[in-house]
Write a protein that binds this ligand. Structure first.
Ligand SMILES: C[S@@+](CC[C@H](N)C(=O)[O-])C[C@H]1O[C@@H](n2cnc3c(N)ncnc32)[C@H](O)[C@@H]1O
Length: 206
């Protein structure tokens, strides 16, 4: 799919598939997904999970001592999250990249930001706008963990191939230092699907 003029919203297909996806997402754990990169999660504090889905990672991070702002634009996914993980340490927020305007109005500075399997839903232009907005929410020395999918686009979804090296360069230009990069096959075993996982640290105020 070309990312110049997308005809679908970034969260296309999530509402209608939410019931099936909720089961699939909850079959994995945060540690399954991030493996050795989980070592870069800070000690605790405030985390913002952007594109939180069912809140699987939000709940895992509460267990590690975080307060979580779970940002999720698809009402059906939020509903599963609130049902599956009704933890008072998780606050749900209906907002979306690239602007995150509601989240930014909260005035939070996070110790840690998570973006699991969401970045590839944004066009190049949206990614360019989103990066400084995400970073404005992160404390200096705060960490960002993210995963990016590569492979065939599911029917009805909006997804783009992300050139990883240029993204790391752009992140460096915004004050993010790459700590580690891992590549893996798909955890659900889907043919042709692979993942890049990245851990960053913010080195300067955005
Ligand atoms: C592949 S799912 C991943 C969910 C969760 N992070 C996980 O790993 O299980 C992508 C999620 O991103 C959300 N999403 C789509 N577009 C978004 C955007 N522009 N900003 C934030 N979240 C978005 C979708 O609604 C969906 O819940």
């Amino acid at each position: 799919m070309t990312d110049s003029a997308p005809s679908l919203p970034s969260n296309a297909s999530y509402a209608e598939n939410a019931d099936i996806l909720a089961v699939r997402y909850e079959n994995l754990t945060f540690d399954d997904i991030y493996g050795p990169l989980a070592a870069f999660v800070p000690e605790g504090g405030q985390v913002i999970d952007i594109g939180a889905g069912t809140g699987r990672d939000a709940a895992a991070l509460v267990a590690r001592g975080f307060s979580v702002l779970a940002v999720e634009p698809t009402a059906e996914m939020r509903a599963h999250g609130q049902r599956l993980h009704p933890d008072p340490a998780i606050t749900w927020c209906d907002d979306l990249l690239p602007d995150l305007s509601r989240v930014r109005r909260l005035g939070i500075e996070a110790d840690f930001i998570l973006m699991t399997a969401v970045w590839m839903h944004l066009t190049e232009e949206e990614r360019r706008r989103a990066l400084p907005n995400v970073l404005s929410l992160l404390k200096p020395r705060g960490r960002l963990l993210m995963s990016i999918r590569k492979g065939p686009v599911p029917v009805g979804a909006r997804m783009f191939e992300i050139p990883i090296e240029p993204f790391i360069e752009a992140a460096r230009g915004e004050g993010l230092e790459l700590l580690q990069l891992n590549r893996s096959e798909d955890m659900h075993g889907r043919p042709g699907v692979s993942w890049t996982k990245l851990a960053f640290e913010k080195t300067k105020r955005a």
